[in-house]
Design a protein around this ligand. Structure first.
Ligand code: SF4
Length: 171
């Protein structure tokens, strides 16, 4: 008997962000049901408890790199992802948190936290592409349902996504 081929594995990762782009993915509702039939959602903490460890066929990455741990984590994710797509202004451009790049982040920490000495953060917020090779970027804040569905459908069909530029509040 011929073994059933393994379904492609999708992972959704969060870095420094507001979760809005992941919520756009959850908002796909009906499309997500079709997507779930065609792929294994291997890692998506916002939507599912189960975790399939190992390698992923498609990683969607939301958020920017703002800590040394983030920088280490995205390198590990890249090494385990066949295709890596960044989603949203945080991941593609550093997001609103990149305002720190034009000031001293210690001043912001002192203004917000009662004990800023415990805040372990980088001086900058940087896009994912500053740290690892990225296969495709989805721009927008947040990205749209259509961009996400087209990107996943294109991946399943083995073609490049056709997505127009999309922008709400940044970029
Ligand atoms: Fe939130 Fe906008 Fe960043 Fe998406 S790009 S995570 S909506 S701030």
């Amino acid at each position: 008997m011929t073994p059933t081929p393994r379904k492609p594995r999708l992972a959704v990762w969060k870095f420094a962000s507001c979760d809005g782009c992941q919520l756009s993915l959850l908002d796909c509702e009906d499309e997500l049901l079709d997507i779930a039939a065609a792929i294994d959602i291997a890692y998506f903490p916002e939507a599912a408890r189960g975790v399939i460890r190992g390698r992923y066929d498609l990683s969607l990455v939301e958020g920017s790199v703002t800590t040394a741990h983030d920088a280490e984590r995205i390198r590990d994710i890249r090494a385990r992802s066949r295709v890596l797509v960044t989603i949203g202004a945080c991941a593609t451009a550093g997001g609103i948190q990149a305002l720190r790049n034009f000031a001293d982040v210690r001043d912001y920490a002192a203004a917000v936290y009662p004990d800023p000495a415990h805040i372990d953060t980088l001086a900058t917020s940087t896009p994912i592409a500053d740290h690892v090779p990225v296969d495709f970027e989805l721009r927008g804040c947040p990205v749209s349902k259509r961009q996400l569905v087209e990107t996943i459908a294109a991946h399943l069909a083995g073609r490049r996504p056709v997505v127009p530029a999309h922008s709400v509040c940044i970029e």
